[in-house]
Design a protein around this ligand. Structure first.
Ligand code: GLN
Length: 473
C-alpha cells in the first residue's frame, strides 16, 4: 500500500493511528537490529502524536497517520538531533524544522531519526561515530550510500507505508537512493525552507524526499515546499502539484544524455543498465540525444569540495562545548577547552574538512581557492543553462558504481571517495532539481538513473522519473 491509499484508509472510521503506530514501532525496532538504519526510534513522541491524531474530531491531512522518518540533521523539538555527530550528543532542539512541521500539519507521525554521515560529510554513511554503520538492504556487506543512508535503507526495508525526509548538499539524497533501489528527489535550492536544518554548507543544502515510488516522493516534496519567513533563501515559488503528474507521456520528454557521465570512471555494468533504461524511454516516444558538459565533468568535484568545505568549516565553528551538545569539564583557558572538546568529539573526516575549508578561505589563499571555485561555479551554471535550452531533462547514472563493499571503501583515499560524487555534484552546485530512480540491477545490486532539470522545473524530473518507473517496474 502506498502513502496515498494509506491516507485514505487512515481517515476512515475505526482506524486507530495509535494501534497502527505501535505496530510500526515494533517492526522498526526489529528491522533496526538487523540493518541499523535508524539513529533513534522516537517511540514516546510517535505514541503521543498518534493519540492526538486519534482524538481529532475531523480526520484530514494528506499524510494522516503516516509513519515518517527524518534525517538526523533536521531538528525536531524535544528529540535529540545531532546530525550524526558526537559533538552534538544530547542536543534537544527548541523548535521543529519547517519542513517537518509542514508534514506534521498534514498528519504525519515522525517515528525515527535516520542514520547519516556526520554533518553529511560522506558518500557511504561510514563516517559515523555514534552508532553502528547502516547496512545495504540488498547485501549486508555493502554500503547504503550517503549521507542520507539511513533514510534510503529504511525506506527500502520498511514493509509498511512510509516515507523519509533526506537532505542533500552534493548528492546525499540521490546517492543512497541509487544504492538502495528507491527514489530520491532533491528540489531546487530554495524550494524547501532550511529553517531547522543543522547546516553542512548553506549555499548548497537542500531538504528533499526519499520514498519507494516517484509519486510518494513528489507528494512529500510538494508538501514541504514554499516560502518561509524563517529562511530568507526560501523562494516564493508556489508549491507545484507534483503528485498529480502521472508521467505517462514520455513523448513530451527531451532527454539529454550526458556523455561524460558514461565515460571514464563509470563502471560498465552501471553504464549498461542506465543506457538500457534510456533506450526504453526512447521507445516510449522520448526524444533522446547526447549532450556534453565538459566543464561540469572536469571541475565539478574540485569546485564543490572547495565551496562546501569552506562553508562547512565556518558552520562547525559554533560547536565548541559551550552552547550545543557535549559539555566537558572546563579546564585551562577557553582556547584549550575548545580545542580539547573539538579534538575529542569530531571524527577524523570532520577534522580533515575543517582544515581544508579553513585553508581554502584563508587570507592569502582565498583568491586561489575559494574565490576561484565560486567563479567556476558560475561557469558550470552557465553550461547547464545552455543545455536546458535544448532539453527538458538531462540523464546519466546517479553513481559511477553500484553500492561498494565496506572492505572496498576502507581502501579508498579521501580523494577517491570524493570523486565518487562525480555525477551528483554538478546539479547540486547549480541548485538544480534532480531525482534518482531505479533503472534496474547490475550484479544483483540496484542502479539509479538520475534526471536533472532547470531551476524550479521539478515537474520535469518527476515526469521523467515516473515515465521510467512505469517501464522499468
Ligand atoms: N558526498 C558529498 C560530501 O561528502 C555529499 C554529501 C551531502 O550531500 N551531504 O560532501
Amino acid at each position: 500500500m502506498d502513502a496515498f491509499r494509506f491516507a485514505k484508509e487512515s481517515q476512515g472510521k475505526g482506524f486507530s493511528v495509535e494501534h497502527h503506530t505501535a505496530k510500526v514501532l515494533e517492526k522498526s525496532e526489529k528491522l533496526n537490529k538487523r540493518f541499523h538504519h535508524l539513529k533513534l526510534i522516537s517511540s514516546d513522541y510517535a505514541v503521543k502524536r498518534s493519540k492526538e491524531l486519534d482524538r481529532q474530531g475531523k480526520r484530514s491531512g494528506r499524510l494522516f497517520g503516516l509513519p515518517v522518518s527524518v534525517k538526523d540533521c533536521l531538528c525536531i523539538k524535544g528529540i535529540e538531533s545531532t546530525a550524526g555527530s558526537k559533538i552534538l550528543s544530547g542536543y534537544l532542539p527548541v523548535s521543529t524544522a519547517t519542513a517537518v512541521k509542514k508534514l506534521e500539519e498534514e498528519g504525519a507521525v515522525v517515528i525515527a531519526k535516520t542514520a547519516q554521515d556526520e554533518f553529511g560529510f560522506g558518500t557511504f554513511s561510514t563516517n559515523i561515530l555514534e552508532q553502528k554503520i547502516p547496512l545495504n538492504p540488498f547485501d549486508l556487506e555493502r554500503s547504503c550510500g550517503g549521507s542520507s543512508g539511513g533514510s534510503a535503507g529504511f525506506t527500502a526495508v520498511a514493509d509498511f507505508p512510509h516515507v523519509s525526509v533526506g537532505e542533500s548538499t552534493g548528492g546525499s539524497i540521490a546517492c543512497p537512493a541509487s544504492f538502495c533501489g528507491v527514489v530520491g528527489l532533491t528540489p531546487s535550492y530554495g524550494r524547501v525552507s532550511r529553517h531547522g536544518l543543522i547546516d553542512y554548507a548553506n549555499s548548497l543544502d537542500k531538504i528533499g524526499a526519499i520514498a519507494k515510488t516517484v509519486r510518494e516522493a513528489a507528494l512529500l516534496l510538494e508538501l514541504m515546499s514554499g516560502k518561509d519567513e524563517k529562511d530568507s533563501t526560501s523562494l516564493p515559488a508556489e508549491a507545484e502539484k507534483l503528485s498529480e503528474l502521472n508521467g505517462t507521456d514520455a513523448k513530451k520528454l527531451r532527454v539529454g544524455v550526458v556523455k561524460e557521465f558514461f565515460g571514464a570512471g563509470i563502471s560498465s555494468g552501471v553504464s549498461k543498465v542506465a543506457w538500457n533504461a534510456i533506450k526504453q524511454l526512447e521507445s516510449e516516444g522520448a526524444r533522446v540525444e547526447e549532450v556534453s558538459l565538459p566543464l561540469n565533468a572536469k571541475f565539478g568535484i574540485a569546485a564543490y569540495y572547495l565551496i562546501a568545505l569552506s562553508e562547512a568549516s565556518t558552520n562547525l565553528a559554533r560547536y565548541c562545548g559551550m552552547r550545543y551538545g557535549v559539555h566537558e569539564k572546563l579546564e585551562g583557558n577557553f582556547d584549550e577547552y575548545f580545542s580539547m572538546v573539538r579534538s575529542k568529539n569530531f571524527s577524523k573526516e570532520s577534522k580533515r574538512r575543517i582544515i581544508l575549508g579553513t585553508f581554502a578561505r584563508m587570507a592569502g589563499f582565498r583568491g586561489a581557492y575559494y574565490v576561484r571555485a565560486m567563479k567556476a561555479r558560475t561557469k558550470l551554471v552557465e553550461e547547464f543553462r545552455k543545455a536546458f535550452k535544448s532539453f527538458t531533462v538531462l540523464a546519466h547514472p546517479t553513481m559511477p558504481l553500484v553500492a561498494p563493499k565496506f572492505s572496498e571503501i576502507e581502501k579508498l583515499s579521501p580523494l577517491q571517495q570524493y570523486s565518487m560524487d562525480l555525477c551528483t555534484v554538478p546539479a547540486n552546485l547549480a541548485g538544480l532539481p534532480h531525482i534518482s530512480v531505479n533503472a534496474g540491477k547490475s550484479s544483483g545490486m540496484p542502479v539509479g538513473l538520475m534526471f536533472s532539470a532547470d531551476h524550479l522545473h521539478e515537474k520535469n524530473v518527476v515526469s521523467a522519473a515516473a515515465a521510467l518507473e512505469a517501464v522499468v517496474a
